[in-house]
Design a protein around this ligand. Sequence first.
Ligand code: NAD
Ligand code: GLY
Length: 362
Amino acid sequence: MTVERIAVGVATPYDVTVGRGLIDDLSRWLPAAGGRRRAAVVTTAPVAQHYAAPVTAGLEAAGLVVYLQDVPDGEPAKSLAVLGGLYDWLASIPLGRGDLIVALGGGVVTDLAGFVAATWHRGVRVMHVPTTLLAQVDAAIGGKTGINLVAGKNLVGAFHQPVAVVADIATLETLPARELRAGMAEVIKCGFIRDPIILDLIERDPVAALDPSGDVLVELARRAVAVKAQIVAADVFERGDRALLNYGHTLGHALETLTAYTRYRHGEAVGLGMRFAAHVSELTGVAAPGLHDRTTRILTKVGLPIVADPVDSDEVFAVMARDKKVRDGLQLVLCTRPGEADVVAAPARRLLTTALTGLQRR
Ligand code: NAD
Ligand code: GLY
């Protein structure tokens, strides 16, 4: 069994362990006990049915008393109401400052449980056991946590780094195929911004790339985790290069917002956003011709959409300008060549419109 440990070099460093079968022996990957007695596991039914038992057994084997709570499935769980219910549950345990919260699930669960951990008793330790590819390579790493308000997504949150992340690629065997492909968009993003070998591996064998029982996906996840770990460690609070992780996200977020988060999975919108950004990179001369075609081909190979539903460009650009990350005018992450990206001031509207039109054309 290949097991890789990638260190995230933040103020209190932690490891992301990537491999297959890790949750069958979870106690091995737990950080030093440090006086913890209780573990409060936050999860959701589709995940709990497969993985609650081995995770509970692993935590018990480490001497912890385990409490488990399901939250509603999907994005609605990132709400004030669910958050309030979790606080009441922690109070009933009662979970103390020296205890541990464990997030078992996709990015919704890691964001929500991470925020609970950031705020409970002014901060308790959290371990992430991500079970979607998106959470394994992105959401569970780097300490961004949060919930949504009616006014917008992720408007309430905190930076709170986990003490450990255990990414068991075998859990992806039960993940719906559409979710797996959506997570692959974030892996591809890591290829375009930092590690082009990711792109080569996917192009060489896209079927193996999407097979959770093989080694190629473990290698891809390891590489994507290494990219995220490097970027986060260099810029924890997103004052500089962490913004590169938003490649494909500015348009992606706008498409998600305008379709009320019901039309696209996040990774699908990011894939479309990368195709748009690659086209803009070429139109502005930031990248040589070929980037847009390569992006289209690689998205196609892994079954991600390459054409967006028709959208009103005025609405799209208005939403992009309202992005909470916009500070000094709209900026875009563009790819200069596979493996390198940069944050640049958005080019003339005419170029953006050409790229947006291209994204909607068959
Ligand atoms: P998700 O957590 O809703 O999971 C998708 C679906 O897959 C859910 O129905 C879930 O129950 C199911 N599932 C998860 N693992 C499974 C498994 N192994 N087997 C069977 N079913 C499984 O969605 P997601 O795409 O993982 O996460 C999206 C969230 O992540 C969004 O809220 C987004 O804002 C957040 N996010 C956060 C960051 C960050 O840096 N904090 C980064 C990216 C995304
Ligand atoms: N998902 C982008 C980041 O963590 O910064």
